[in-house]
Each structure stands twice: as structure tokens, then as C-alpha cells.
Design a protein around this ligand. Structure first.
Ligand code: SAM
Ligand code: SF4
Length: 329
């Protein structure tokens, strides 16, 4: 079992398989100029599988594949299938922007992927283009339809941005009316690849909830799953719930059970740290699995108590501003 020095049991890995993406969401990366990792800098599928096997043996039960855009990496399905067969892994899930995902949905169902987070910030074609800088709303909606048809649990994640898509909060919440889908609204974080200081957050979780409540005064709180990062609410008569993720105000860190591996193989024990350990170097050093496991377990011990502390551990001048695609979200 992996535990940190605050007594938290760590059983959830978020693994970013690429930094590349076919969208350019304004909150995540600049339109151009990002330096993509070279192939040799990325963990290979073999390295990731080995790492996952090691971590599952140590107590990781759930793995979420993310990126960049996971389906933008060549041969991702072969990797997912191999990962789904790792002994001891209880849950394999994926976060995707949905542009390339629809054709893979039957295959995902077959290999046992039970839950997909679909990132979608608006249902309006023009605003989708303005936010993502690509005209791909239709293909994302096809993915949503395919996931629902195949009864794969789907959560839609929408980043709320002042002056960009706050008018979409209610239409997005309406998706929960007739569909078995949860819609979660995420506070915008500074991980935008722009390398500049973050401006004060205008739409925090309180304001987002007020907006939802103004349309649905009868919403009520439902019990959140253990380790949930979202505060969840039921709108009477709706099939799905709405949730709010206080990703910037960081009020959920106390029950954190997760670690992250970046596309270039750094261990992050908190979203807000700058990467605490070079796992890729270990995997390429000829070290035995047991020794790698020992090093990883020791590194996780030092996990910060919360995202604020993690942010303070950054080196001077290294502001939180890297693209979320280099972390995995
Ligand atoms: N490309 C995939 C996708 O968009 O679902 C997976 C990677 S993406 C980095 C993972 C999640 O991070 C997405 O739900 C995205 O909306 C979220 N995200 C990216 N940048 C963010 C930011 N600055 N603030 C809040 N959420 C962000
Ligand atoms: Fe790509 Fe996901 Fe970042 Fe959007 S949020 S640019 S889809 S990695």
C-alpha cells in the first residue's frame, strides 16, 4: 500500500501519455509556439506498462489515461488493451476531448473501460471554435452519443471562463435532463502554457453554484463519492447530476488519493508541484522493478499536504503557468 506522510492512502494514478493535442484550448495552451516533446523524450508504451505494473503491485487500483489528447497518440488502443489486462488493476478510465474518440468507443467498451471524462466547454459552435481554435464540436458530440449508446459512464467536464462561456453554464447543465450524464464545471486554473501570472479568479465554485441555483432553485446536494474532487448536486427530475470542481481554490486536497506521471515521465505528487522525481531516468537506468518501486513509494511519502503547499515548493520564478497538456490535468 502506498501512503503519504499525512496518512493518505494513494491508490489512483493519472498517466499522461502525450503532450500533443489536436485542439488548442485557450485555457490550456497557446495557439502556437508550444515545443512538443520528441518521441525519445516521451515514455514508450513498454515503459508505461512496466511502470503501471510496478505501481499496481504497490497498491494503485485505478488508472486514468490523459494527455495532451490520448487518442492523438499512435496505436493508443493497443496500449489501452494491454493496460486493461494488468493484474490487480480495478479501474481504467480516460479523459479525452472527444474529437477522435467516437470510432474507438465499441473497442473501449470491449476492453472494459467503464468511465470516460469528456471535456466540452460549450454547446455553441462558434464559442467552441473560439475556445478550442478548431471547428470540431460535431465530432465531440458524436463521441458523447456513442458513449451513451454503449452505456459507458460519461462525465462532461467544462472549464468556466469569465467572458467566454459563463452563458453556457445553464445549457450545459441542461444536458443532465434527458441523458445519464454528469456535467461538472471546473474553476479555471493557471495552467495555460502562457507563462504569465494568473489573474484573479472571477468565477469560483461559489459563483458557479449561484449561477446554477438561479435557474434551478430546488437543486440539492448529493453525497459525494470518497475522494471526489467535485461537489455534486441533483436537479430534481434530471437523469444526471451537476458538479463543481474547485480546482483553483483547492478545497478538496485533504482526501487526495492521487499521483500523476507526466508525458516525459516525471512523478507529480500534486497537480501544483513542479514534478518531484524523474521516473523516466529510473526506468532507463537498468534498475530492477523492486528498486524502482521502493524509490517511487519513498517519493510519494513527501506529497504536500495541499495544493497551496505544493505551489510553495516550486523553485523561485517557476510560476504555475505550464500547459495542462504537459501535466495531464
Ligand atoms: N485532451 C484531453 C481533454 O481535454 O480531455 C485530456 C487532457 S486535458 C489537459 C485534461 C483536463 O484538463 C480537461 O478536462 C481540461 O478541460 C482540463 N484543463 C486544461 N487546462 C485547464 C485549466 N487551465 N484550468 C482548468 N482545467 C483545465
Ligand atoms: Fe488539448 Fe485537452 Fe488541452 Fe484542450 S484541454 S488543448 S483538448 S490537452
Amino acid at each position: 500500500m502506498i501512503t503519504d506522510s499525512h496518512g493518505r492512502h494513494i491508490n489512483y494514478l493519472r498517466l499522461a501519455v502525450t503532450d500533443r493535442c489536436n485542439l488548442r484550448c485557450a485555457y490550456c495552451m497557446p495557439e502556437e509556439g508550444l515545443k512538443w516533446l520528441q518521441r525519445s523524450e516521451l515514455l514508450s508504451y513498454e515503459e508505461m506498462l512496466r511502470l503501471c505494473r510496478i505501481l499496481v503491485k504497490e497498491g494503485i487500483e485505478k488508472i486514468r489515461i490523459t494527455g495532451g489528447e490520448p487518442f492523438a497518440r499512435k496505436d493508443i488502443m493497443g496500449f489501452l488493451e494491454a493496460l486493461s489486462q494488468v493484474e490487480g488493476l480495478k479501474e481504467l478510465s480516460i479523459t479525452t476531448n472527444g474529437v477522435l474518440t467516437a470510432p474507438f468507443v465499441p473497442e473501449l467498451k470491449r476492453i472494459g473501460v467503464k468511465a470516460i471524462n469528456l471535456s466540452l466547454d460549450t454547446l455553441d459552435k462558434q464559442r467552441f471554435y473560439d475556445i478550442t481554435r478548431r471547428d470540431e464540436l460535431e465530432r465531440v458530440m458524436d463521441t458523447l452519443t456513442a458513449l451513451l449508446q454503449h452505456e459507458i459512464e460519461v462525465k462532461v467536464n467544462a472549464v468556466v471562463m469569465a467572458r467566454r462561456n459563463t452563458m453556457d453554464i445553464i445549457p450545459m447543465a441542461e444536458l443532465t435532463k434527458d441523458n445519464h450524464v454528469d456535467v461538472r464545471f471546473i474553476e479555471e486554473m493557471p495552467f495555460n502554457g502562457a507563462g504569465k501570472q494568473y489573474e484573479a479568479l472571477e468565477w469560483d465554485h461559489v459563483r458557479i453554484l449561484d449561477e446554477i441555483r438561479s435557474r434551478y432553485p430546488n437543486i440539492h446536494k448529493v453525497k459525494d463519492a470518497p475522494h471526489s474532487t467535485s461537489y455534486n448536486y441533483c436537479i430534481p427530475g434530471h437523469k444526471g447530476n451537476v458538479g463543481i470542481i474547485a480546482a483553483y481554490t483547492r478545497s478538496f486536497c485533504g482526501t487526495c488519493n492521487r499521483i500523476r506521471i507526466t508525458p516525459h515521465g516525471r512523478l507529480k505528487t500534486c497537480l501544483y508541484d513542479e514534478g518531484v522525481f524523474d521516473v523516466r531516468a529510473l526506468l532507463r537506468s537498468g534498475m530492477e522493478d523492486e528498486a524502482i518501486a521502493g524509490a517511487l513509494v519513498a517519493a510519494v511519502k513527501g506529497k504536500a499536504v495541499d495544493g497551496w503547499e505544493a505551489e510553495h515548493t516550486r523553485h523561485a520564478g517557476n510560476l504555475v503557468s505550464e500547459s495542462m497538456a504537459t501535466i495531464g490535468g
